[in-house]
Design a protein around this ligand. Structure first.
Ligand SMILES: *Cc1c(COP(=O)(O)O)cnc(C)c1O
Length: 380
């Protein structure tokens, strides 16, 4: 079931840094870059830096010719510090301080995303000559980690903003995000139908949207299965051909999770396996890594990681467990309702591996809550 790659397995065998830590295979990231480019031909990849902003990842992707989606001046600086051309950076956060827009503009970033008139005016004021992407609201059904409501505006409002942007002399386009870990392949067709309507309306009102940003949503490999990347590619390209038969000047994709999740494994130590009462059927397994040490996406048990223990190959009996982190916060429970089972042989001191943990872990770790150090990360 688990194929971590030789380099990661070797690291785990030979290096024993203090847990918890993540180790990430850069060749795997590179492979994902090529896979996605093959699945959605012609689309320009903007790696969503927030998924994992580590310098070795940015360097590897930059060398491959990737562009980058950023959310803050901090992420812009990470990209610039390794020599990424600001023309290859898109400031995709729809919520930006005016001075941060001005900073981005001053260092040569020219692509900004908005979802309101207020933000459009900020960009037009603080970044003259910029091109602007208007984000369409999406309800994110079918996604394990939705990104709805907080971002995007309704289709008629997207039209209004495109028309306004054109009137302000800005180049414009449309973006959406179907929700992260989107496992419903129909999501793209449904959304592109609305996007096509937006393009038509905008054009009829004198605006000229030229580019389309398809966002992220491509999967990592977790407990519940997701379609293959080729199936995603077919869903997207079929929907594009259907709703944009004449093609588009420029198509962007913004993968985060897909690029880095499966490249990483998070190693954590079992602190305690307990039954609160001898009659208890369920055991509690406490790991030295919890919600505050990188596993934040277990919030509401949304992302259900695959977990490997040293006893799996022995094939012994397993039993129901609740899995929790090490801190004194009762929110620091990873799984209580998702029916996880672990070997009965599992015991204190065992090393447990959380698989596909390369995305949305390292920078989600607190800096020192309860005195526990932040998650370490290594790149091989
Ligand atoms: C987080 C984010 C992404 C990446 O999403 P994934 O589901 O991880 O691929 C892409 N675009 C924007 C604007 C984002 O905020």
């Amino acid at each position: 079931m688990t194929d971590l790659g030789a380099k990661v397995e070797q690291f785990l065998r030979e290096q024993h840094p203090p847990t918890p830590f993540v180790v990430i295979d850069l060749d795997h990231v590179e492979d994902r870059y090529h896979q996605l480019a093959k699945a959605i031909p012609g689309a320009i990849t903007y790696y969503a830096v927030k998924a994992n902003p580590a310098q070795p990842i940015l360097e590897r992707l930059s060398a491959l010719g990737s562009s980058f989606d950023v959310a803050s001046p901090g992420e812009i600086d990470m990209c610039l510090s390794i020599g990424i051309d600001p023309q290859r950076i898109s400031y995709g956060n729809t919520i930006k301080k005016r001075r941060d827009i001005a900073y981005a503009h001053s260092v040569g970033v020219t692509k900004f995303t908005v979802d309101s008139m207020e933000e459009l005016i900020k960009v037009s004021d603080a970044a003259p000559g910029a091109s602007v992407c208007v984000r369409l609201l999406h309800d994110c059904g079918g996604a394990d980690w939705p990104l709805s409501r907080k971002f995007g505006c309704e289709a008629p409002d997207v039209v209004r903003l495109l028309v306004a942007a054109t009137a302000m002399g800005m180049r414009c386009g449309v973006s959406f995000h179907v929700g992260s870990q989107q496992r419903d392949l129909d999501a793209w067709d449904n959304t592109l139908e609305r996007v096509a309507w937006v393009f038509e309306q905008a054009r009829s009102q004198g605006a000229n949207p030229t580019f389309l940003n398809l966002g992220g949503g491509y999967p990592g490999t977790y407990r519940e299965e997701s379609p293959t990347i080729d199936a995603y590619g077919r869903a997207v390209t079929t929907a594009l051909a259907r709703w944009f038969p004449d093609g588009l000047d420029e198509i962007m994709v913004e993968p985060g999770r897909y690029m880095v999740a499966d490249a990483g494994v998070l190693r954590t130590e079992v602190v305690l396996v307990s039954r609160r009462s001898p009659e208890d059927f369920e055991r509690w397994v406490y790991l030295d890594c919890g919600k505050f040490h990188g596993l934040a996406e277990t919030m509401d048990e949304a992302i259900r990681y695959r977990i490997r223990t040293p006893h799996d190959d022995a094939g012994g009996p397993t039993g129901a467990v609740c899995i929790a982190g090490p801190t004194c916060d009762s929110a620091d429970v990873l799984y209580e309702k998702s029916a996880y089972e672990m070997p009965l042989a599992l015991t204190e001191g065992d090393m447990v591996d959380v698989l596909s943990a390369g995305a949305y872990t390292t920078t989600y770790s607190s800096v020192g809550f309860n005195g526990f150090p932040p998650l370490r990360d290594y790149y091989v």
